[in-house]
Design a protein around this ligand. Structure first.
Ligand code: HEC
Length: 126
């Protein structure tokens, strides 16, 4: 009987382990993609403090492209609102950088950062 249980447990692990591994391999691209949002926002901050408008533009454009895409299946109104705020403020950030308006860019960056924090906050609470 004990041998039967041990065999069953071993079989169960053999089935579960590859399943877990393939799941993390599948979710890796999303994780890496999400990590890039952080890199772009650091690049924007770098551009803001050095008044390098090209750096700001590049980061804002990349984030704006991100905002057009659907990252996960989440149809809640709160999520969609944060996604829209994110997309909108990356757009105003891009415009401010085009106009070499450092104060406008700083304001948009701050507004965008609110959407980063708020979206993550609501995902954790859902
Ligand atoms: C509209 C919602 C939304 C906005 C806005 C948003 N994120 Fe995310 N973020 C997600 C989702 C969804 C994931 C992946 C799933 C998860 O981790 O729950 C994620 C994951 C991440 C990760 C991976 C680590 C982690 O916590 O899982 C980082 C880093 C990240 N986001 C940074 C940012 C930054 C920086 C911004 C703003 C420039 C931002 N995000 C804006 C929804 C958002």
């Amino acid at each position: 009987m004990r041998l039967l249980i041990i065999t069953a447990l071993l079989l169960a692990t053999a089935v579960v382990v590859p399943a877990v591994r393939s799941f993390s391999e599948e979710s890796e691209p999303l994780e890496r993609e999400m990590q890039r949002k952080l890199e772009y926002s650091k690049q924007i901050l770098d551009g803001l403090v050095t008044e390098d408008f090209e750096k700001i533009r590049q980061g804002a454009r990349s984030l704006n492209e991100f905002g057009k895409r659907k990252w996960i299946e989440n149809e809640s109104a709160a999520y969609r609102t944060q996604n829209q705020v994110f997309w909108f403020t990356t757009g105003t950030l891009l415009m401010a950088a085009d106009n070499k308006n450092i104060d406008g860019a700083t304001l948009s960056y701050t507004q965008m950062t609110h959407s980063c924090v708020n979206c993550h906050k609501l995902l954790r609470r859902q």
